[in-house]
Every structure is written in structure tokens, then in C-alpha cells.
Design a protein around this ligand. Structure first.
Ligand code: NCD
Ligand code: ZN
Length: 372
């Protein structure tokens, strides 16, 4: 006799770190992000970046054009900090009501970070204002020095910068984004209230062997780069521990196929928004901790951002389904994480189809990879 299908209900989750891009790409990315997340914290690294309230308001409008009028999905905006960010900008960001964090990208650390911050210490007066106005600081925590090995850049950032920022601004709420190391887990675990971390599904599911063993696989290339399996293990332990300092942020970062599978260099970013909560469910299930998924996915992030938890629920059922080999992405195609492979969990209730044009969204028109 077959075992009964397992299922789990959780409060509707939120994604506290996502890249939706802009223009032609928005329809697909908004459709996926809004399918079962209640809210998403939208990263500001457009070209040019979102550096002031007017640009954030306009971007919010463009995102909302892809949502149905009755959609309950809420995009939460962020501002991109630069060497020139002013106190006035911060105060008006706080007053806007729709900007929920300011993002620190060390200049050159990742995709579209060229306009980021060159001197973190010079930004301390800005951190002071953020602390005073209760504006969370979201950090891409990697140093950019050529002489620091790419696998060490997160740990060195924590030592050189984060530890000082945390000590100097004790009331500043900080998110170390998309953590990848046991060093980050240890730091966040000991840092006390108000210093948290997001963890992606891909850093929980994969390590650098998945990316580099045998053939180099561009689909896994993202920043911070995947680390060795002992770090992956530390991340899994952190998110399944029930510690509210660790919460869900997919860092879903779409790039068209030609930008990733490119002989002149692979763009950094992994796309998981098409199956995000299902991928996380797999991680928690694998270590028999599905009961810890709801806190991580639906409670702790909202609590950190001082927003109400969502009211309604979604249901996940253990049921196999296939991810298409290619997804539509504007006029381009995109190879998502798990392309052409099977998923073990499926959202069986609570999907909302809240995008304005689901029929145009890429999941409804899968493309197969050409043979060969
Ligand atoms: C992100 C992107 O493509 O915008 N890339 C990535 O590898 N994660 C930027 C970022 O979050 O670092
Ligand atoms: Zn990101």
C-alpha cells in the first residue's frame, strides 16, 4: 500500500531578498514572486540603481503594473547606498512608508554594484541616521580586495566591517544578506537582537562541488559564491534550528541564458523564484525539520521588519513535478535552478495567480532545451 501523501500548511511566506529586474523582464519575475509570497523585499541594483525615493516610487509603479488590481502581493522597496547618499534621502525614504531597507553593496562586489560604496567608514554618519530613524541596513557582506580569495570574502567582511558596525551602532537593525559560511552563522548567532541574516535556497541545497565538479555549471554561479559542504551544513543547521535571526531571502537573481552561458564570463545570479518555497521545503524535509519551515519562511522576517505576519496560509504537498528546461524571460530565455529536473514538493493551495498576465508568464509557456 502506498504511504499517504504528506502535506504541510504554513502561514503565507515572504521573500526578504529578491531581484525583479525591470522592463521586459518584469512580467515573468513579478508573476513568480507574487504567486505565493505575500511580500518581497525588492533589491535596488537596477541600471542605473535606485538611489532616491522618486526612483523607488517609479519602480514600484512599474512592478505594480504587472499585478492584478485585486492582487494582495506587496513589493517592498529598498534604496541603494552610494558614497553620495544624503541624510535627507534617508529621512525621506523613511517617511515614504514603502522603502523598508537601504542596501549596502561594496563597490564591485557583485552584479550591478559598480555604483556601490567605496568607503564603508565614510558612510558611518549615514548609519547613524538610519539607526536614529529605524531604517534597516541590508548588507552584501563581501570585501572586494583582489588579494582576498573569493571563498574568504564573506568571512573577511565580517571581521573587518560588520563586527565594527554592529558594535558602533547597537540599535541599528542589520541584515547580512544571503549568508554562505559557518563564520556568518556563528557571528549572527552571537550578535544579539536586531542582527539577522537571510539564507537562500540554493546555498542550502548546493555547494561548490555542484558547480565545479566535472564540468563548470553556470546555473550555480552566484555571489557570494557557493562554498564547501561544511559551510552548507552550517547553514542548514542554522535555518532548521528555529533561531529567528535566520529567515528566508531567495536572492533569486534572473539573468538571460546568453549572459550566463557565455564564453566571455558568466553573470552571477541564480533563479529560484519559480519554485522557491518548494526548494526550501526540500531542505527542511531532508533533515526532518519541516515543522521549522514556517518560522523561517513566514514569521521571522516579518518580525524583523516590524510588519504584521501574513494572515492566510499555503499548503505544500509531497508530489513530484517537473521544472521546464528553459523559462521565458521577456524576449529571452532563462535556465532556472533545477532546470529539467524533478521537484519533490508542490504548492497545492494558496497560489494566487496575482500577476496581471499569467498567460504571458513564463511558467505557462515552457520551452524545452534544444537537443544537443
Ligand atoms: C545578484 C544579481 O544578479 O543582481 N547576483 C548574485 O549573484 N546574487 C546580486 C547579488 O545579490 O549579489
Ligand atoms: Zn541579491
Amino acid at each position: 500500500m502506498n504511504a499517504p501523501m504528506r502535506s504541510i500548511k504554513i502561514k503565507r511566506p515572504d521573500d526578504w531578498h529578491i531581484h525583479l529586474r525591470d522592463g521586459d523582464y518584469l512580467a515573468a519575475s513579478v508573476a513568480d514572486a507574487s504567486n505565493y509570497f505575500g511580500r518581497a523585499l525588492v533589491m535596488p541594483n537596477l541600471v542605473p540603481p535606485i538611489v532616491d525615493v522618486a526612483a523607488a516610487r517609479a519602480y514600484k509603479g512599474r512592478i505594480e503594473q504587472h499585478l492584478r488590481k485585486d492582487s494582495c502581493f506587496t513589493p517592498l522597496l529598498t534604496l541603494y547606498l552610494t558614497d553620495e547618499t544624503s541624510q535627507d534621502t534617508l529621512v525621506s525614504a523613511k517617511q515614504s512608508g514603502f522603502i523598508h531597507a537601504c542596501k549596502l553593496y561594496p563597490a564591485g562586489a557583485t552584479t550591478h554594484s559598480e555604483g556601490g560604496v567605496n568607503s564603508i567608514d565614510a558612510l558611518f554618519p549615514i548609519f547613524e541616521t538610519m539607526e536614529k530613524h529605524a531604517m534597516p541596513l541590508s548588507i552584501h557582506g563581501e570585501v572586494t580586495d583582489d588579494d582576498i580569495d573569493i571563498f574568504d570574502r564573506e568571512a573577511v567582511f565580517i571581521d573587518r566591517y560588520l563586527s565594527r558596525i554592529v558594535t558602533r551602532f547597537p540599535a541599528l537593525r542589520i541584515v547580512l544578506e544571503h549568508i554562505t559560511t559557518r563564520d556568518a552563522v556563528a557571528f549572527i548567532s552571537e550578535a544579539g537582537d536586531g542582527v539577522c541574516a537571510t539564507v537562500t535556497a540554493h546555498h542550502l541545497l548546493y555547494n561548490r562541488n555542484d558547480m565545479l565538479d566535472g564540468r563548470m555549471k553556470p546555473v550555480y554561479f552566484c555571489l557570494p559564491i557557493l562554498k564547501r559542504s561544511t559551510h552548507q551544513q552550517a547553514l542548514v543547521e542554522a535555518v532548521t534550528s528555529g533561531n529567528p535571526a535566520f529567515f528566508l531571502g531567495t536572492d533569486s537573481a534572473p539573468h538571460p541564458r546568453q549572459a550566463k552561458e557565455n564564453a566571455c564570463g558568466c553573470a552571477a545570479g541564480a533563479y529560484t523564484a519559480h519554485a522557491a518555497i518548494e526548494l526550501y521545503a526540500e531542505v527542511f524535509d531532508k533533515v526532518d525539520c519541516l515543522d521549522k519551515l514556517e518560522g523561517f519562511a513566514s514569521h521571522f522576517g516579518a518580525d524583523f521588519y516590524q510588519l504584521p505576519r501574513n494572515q492566510d496560509q499555503i499548503e505544500l504537498t509531497e508530489e513530484s513535478w517537473q521544472i521546464p528546461a528553459l523559462l521565458n524571460f521577456g524576449q529571452d530565455r532563462l535556465v532556472p535552478i533545477r532546470a529539467g529536473e524533478k521537484m519533490r514538493w508542490r504548492v497545492t493551495s494558496g497560489a494566487r495567480s496575482s500577476a496581471a498576465a499569467m498567460k504571458d508568464s513564463h511558467l505557462s509557456k515552457p520551452h524545452e532545451l534544444p537537443a544537443g
